[in-house]
Design a protein around this ligand. Structure first.
Ligand SMILES: [Zn+2]
Length: 412
């Protein structure tokens, strides 16, 4: 194939997104807990035994590809049937996917939705609901379903992998986390969850688990932290919590578009990177408004500029500003390392599996035709324009394992 005049780049990696939430993107005006109750739980609850689940999932994978993403770590909903359909569509999509059914044995959809707003994420799940399973039976069902899905899909075509997916601290009992940790070890599967995204969320976790010194300590004591644990957000961590992540080899997924959208905060990447904690990027759709990792890279750079201007984060030696190359590393090889996939993807090297995108540099160049050279032709200037000027609009073709999975319609 002749791609003269085009750029060939490694496929992008989205380390954190929620498939059922895509329709709810850009619903503004609330912070995390209110947003979950108002916009997300009703949608995820309906993502179940409906004829629209399959086309919805198919569209989601096409959208990832259209944006240049070739590998993604994805949450579904608490439903086993629709998670199964999502895996079938992931298989057909040709993409590299880590995915799992959301696990919640406290404060699940119905628990939160039938409470008044003021106490929806209050004291765990202590109400008795007529006709509902006992806490023990509820936990058993969640564990059995997730284990069944893992058994069926983990390692499929060496391209699909299972992630046990306890949603976040407020929705998980220590027993649920222990079981998720045990199963992930048993199958050598992933664990994905959220950590310290929002201050109110941190408060709920500490109140429900007074035996723990911190949110991270709650996960640590429950045995879910390890080298295949992907932790979204990680904003409100102190130095001791970052030390725990370093010791347990956990991986951090930085989700700046989502963090801005829900007013959650700005992650201290220098504090984490200074402790050698690997970082990948996540769109966190639907809190992130776009599936574009280009947009996520741009917001990661802006977040760093704001944090620097306002001195938001702890002082560390050799603190450095984030660069265009640094953020592109997180979206590609660094992200692949965080996900344990750098032996097959993340860079263009002999022996890897040819996950790459073809991009048109003119699509993001401010100047047309012959004038375009005035904007600069170095790799650095091309990369900066892709990141700052909507790289998703420059994606022409996307390949995974050398197979073309997406081709943009020709532009007139
Ligand atoms: Zn998330």
């Amino acid at each position: 194939m002749d791609y003269r005049g085009r750029l060939i780049l490694p496929g992008l990696i989205d380390g954190h997104c929620h498939l059922p939430q895509y329709a709810a993107t850009a619903k503004d005006g609330l912070e995390l807990l209110g947003w979950l109750k108002t916009n997300i739980f009703p949608l995820e609850r309906s993502f179940h035994s409906a004829p629209w689940v399959r086309p919805y999932a198919r569209h989601f994978f096409q959208e990832l590809l259209r944006n240049g993403t070739t590998t993604a770590a994805i949450y579904t909903s608490i439903w086993k049937d629709s998670t199964d359909i999502c895996f079938e569509e992931a298989l057909k999509s040709g993409m590299r996917v880590i995915m799992g059914q959301v696990m919640m044995d406290r404060l699940s959809y119905d628990d939160v939705l039938r409470r008044p707003a003021s106490q929806s994420f209050g004291d765990g799940d202590r109400d008795s609901v007529p006709g509902r399973l006992s806490p023990w039976d509820r936990l058993k069902k969640i564990i059995q379903e997730s284990e069944g899905l893992c058994h069926k899909w983990h390692g499929k075509e060496n391209r699909l992998f299972y992630a046990f997916s306890p949603r976040f601290g407020p929705s998980c009992s220590p027993a649920l986390l222990r079981q998720a940790g045990r199963l992930a070890k048993k199958y050598s599967a992933y664990i994905q969850t959220h950590l310290a995204e929002n201050r109110q969320e941190v408060g709920v976790v500490l109140k429900a688990n007074p035996q723990c010194r911190s949110y991270t300590d709650f996960y640590h004591q429950s045995g879910i932290l390890g080298p295949k644990t992907l932790l979204g957000h990680c904003i409100w961590l102190d130095g001791r919590e970052m030390d725990i992540l370093n010791k347990t080899a956990g991986k951090v997924i930085h989700c700046p578009t989502s963090n801005f959208f829900l007013s959650s905060g700005i992650m201290d990447w220098n504090g984490l990177a200074g402790r050698n904690i690997p970082i990948a990027l996540g769109s966190d759709v639907g809190a992130g408004p776009e599936l574009s990792i280009w947009a996520v890279m741009k917001q990661a750079l802006y977040a760093d500029k704001i944090a620097g201007a306002y001195h938001l984060h702890e002082k560390v030696d050799n603190k450095r500003p984030l660069t265009v190359q640094g953020v592109f590393y997180w979206a590609t090889l660094g992200g692949a390392k965080a996900l344990g996939m750098d032996n097959v993807t993340g860079s263009l090297e002999p022996g890897k599996q040819a996950d790459f995108i073809v991009a048109d540099p003119l699509a993001v160049n401010p100047m047309p035709g012959r004038l375009s050279r005035l904007a600069g032709r170095s790799a650095q200037s091309h990369l900066a324009r892709l990141i700052y000027r909507g790289g998703e609009n420059a994606v022409c073709s996307v390949f995974v394992k050398g197979r073309k999975l997406f081709e943009a319609a020709p532009k007139n």
